[in-house]
Design a protein around this ligand. Structure first.
Ligand code: AMP
Ligand code: MG
Length: 410
């Protein structure tokens, strides 16, 4: 069996995944979905010069020598609530009462907030005064939000491949985009395998363990934004594993994920089942944790067989499955947030590319990391205590205290 680098293995896996089909959704259903096209602005935003304050629209030059001791009186010629379009043109010595967000009148180039006038009374329904005393000077542009200040017509405002955040949905609404082109949600079938596994709510007989992987991996799949189809647990025999793979094929899922049964043990049937109805690549990857990795196609559906040990399964997911699902989902800038951290203590490795459980904290403005708990691949608690995976490159056997390494925030 060949020994592949992580990068080679990931490339070979990713080459077999393509974005799923697209659909168009009403804006109200688009949050968290992945854009299937660039979104261009059809108009400037804001679309018209408008006031950022409740106050008086003025001509700044009228207020040249204004100060609290010598206020300037201006004739109020209009009252402009938000949502209206003024038709007047301010002449010298004139002002218009204006509300936040309202269209600036022609001739005006600044807004004086009510606080800087003798007209503080902003109770709802108050009619505009005939004249207003202004106590402070104004510069051109004061308290005006000019047309196009936020973005211009034709700008790409949201790129294809972006998962829509709440603020993105708000911007789409501002731009009048009521139908949003998105990728469909990839459907991932998930199964565990092992005679030792029992359901989480079943009594534990001697020698048995609970099937924790299916819960953790399902949560990871959902965390990437895909749909999980839980196929349950297959016993360690050919027919049982095959029955679940057949079910996945029948359901026409976009990918099959399994955990365990991919070692070279006497009861590891995943490989045989795949070969009975598809093609199989079976690798050892130069990584730690992470035993053999099964990759192939079952009835033309890509299949990734993760190791059974919970931490190995988690790391295998992060290294291979997350990017594969992201590619299917159409996500262009995915992955965990990556940071560089200083090691608090010496870290030893065995020369394989290693993903160690670590806890990152800040000390004097620097991100510092230490390892958590026992690093054995079955010790899930140490992963729970971690907030990051510290990445030790291939070929490195010792990272001295104080040296920096790359880390993925979890
Ligand atoms: P295997 O790859 O089948 O040799 O399994 C490796 C280790 O992972 C063994 O200790 C299994 O008991 C454990 N394991 C396998 N499947 C699961 C699972 N679904 N949940 C928790 N541990 C598992
Ligand atoms: Mg097993």
């Amino acid at each position: 069996m060949s020994l592949l680098s992580i990068d080679e293995a990931r490339e070979r896996i990713l080459s077999q995944f393509n974005p799923v089909k697209t659909e168009t959704l009403p804006l109200a259903e688009s949050s968290n979905r992945v854009l299937a096209e660039d979104i261009h602005a059809a108009d400037d935003l804001p679309l018209f010069d408008n006031s950022s304050m409740d106050g008086f629209a003025v001509r700044a030059e009228d207020l040249a020598n204004t100060e609290p001791a010598s206020p300037r009186s201006l004739r109020v010629v209009a009252d402009i609530p938000a949502g209206t379009s003024p038709t007047i043109m301010l002449a010298p010595g004139e002002a218009a009462r204006i509300m936040t967000g309202a269209h600036m009148p022609a001739g005006a180039d600044a807004v004086v907030p009510v606080e800087d006038t003798d007209f503080h009374d902003r109770a709802a329904g108050t009619t505009a005064p005939e004249a207003v005393q202004i106590f402070k000077p104004a510069k051109i542009g004061d308290n005006v939000r000019p047309r196009g200040m936020d973005l211009h017509a034709g700008d790409i405002v949201l790129p294809k491949g972006r998962r829509l955040k709440p603020q993105d949905v708000g911007l789409l609404a501002m731009l009048g985009i009521s139908q949003v082109p998105v990728y469909k949600i990839p459907r991932i079938a998930l199964l565990s395998s092992g005679d030792e596994l029992v359901a989480v709510d079943a009594p534990l007989e001697k020698g048995k363990i609970r099937d924790s992987n299916s819960y953790m991996i399902a949560a990871l799949v959902e965390n990437v934004g895909a749909e999980v189809i839980r196929l349950g647990v297959a016993k360690d025999n050919f027919e049982a594993v095959k029955a679940l793979f057949e079910k996945a094929a029948y359901l026409r899922v976009d990918c099959i994920l399994s955990t365990a049964g991919v070692s070279v043990g006497a009861f590891d049937y995943v490989k045989e089942v795949i070969e009975s109805n598809g093609s199989m690549d079976f690798w050892r990857v130069n990584m730690r944790p992470g035993k053999p990795l099964a990759f192939g196609q079952y009835r033309e559906i890509p299949l990734i067989g993760l190791p059974g040990n919970p931490v190995s399964a988690f790391v295998g997911f992060e290294v291979f499955v997350r990017p594969a699902i992201e590619r299917m989902a159409g996500i262009l800038n995915g992955g965990r947030p990556t940071v560089r951290v200083r090691c608090e203590e010496e870290i030893r490795s065995d020369g394989r590319e290693s993903y160690l459980r670590g806890e990152i904290h800040e000390e004097d403005g620097v991100l510092v990391a230490r390892l958590t708990g026992h690093q054995g691949s079955g010790n899930l608690h140490s992963l729970v205590q971690a907030n990051a995976l510290l990445i030790i490159p291939a070929g490195v056997k010792c990272v001295p205290a104080g040296q920096e390494v790359k880390a993925w925030y979890l």
